[in-house]
Write a protein that binds this ligand. Sequence first.
Ligand code: SF4
Length: 193
Amino acid sequence: MEFFDESIPISHIRQYLFCPRIPWFKHVMSFEPPEQGWVTQGKRWHQSQNPRHKRRLHHDIESPRECIIDAYVKSSTLGIHGLVDEIVMNAEKCVVIEYKVDKGKPTLAQKYQLIAYSLAAEETYQRDVVAAILLKGSANKQYRISVSNTEKINLINVLASMRKVLSCQRVPFSSASEAKCAQCEYLRYCNDR
Ligand code: SF4
């Protein structure tokens, strides 16, 4: 078994926590289904939301501020990289923001994706992340996500278990519920569902 030591795209952490087979299909089988309509819709929605929430960040980070959309971040320490929807920064601090079109409280998978972006942003831009924010649903609701030592350790454990799965040629076990599979773009490729 060859150990998977490549840098992991951070969006795949969220997918792994949704179902471990999804990043396995992408990395081991090199298979990516065509982009679905809801993904395109999500991208358009992200773009439309950008100007709407800036004033709510002003108490987190003093001016002069700079805003980067689709900011590339990378952590060599954790072996992860990705594009954050938005980073607002000044000379010492930054705020990491991710948009999600779905409503309701953040899922565990969404939280760990944002935690990973925050740690990678800290390493890339050499600034303290003072807030990690999920903006969700059409109501544009803000959820602030904690990035404590416990969450960092949990993320390291998730990455270790991902690397194990991605090092193996055998399709991983999935405990995904029927509801999850019903909304999954890989459904037709999972022959035990
Ligand atoms: S169809 Fe179900 S088991 Fe298969 S990848 Fe999707 S969520 Fe996982």
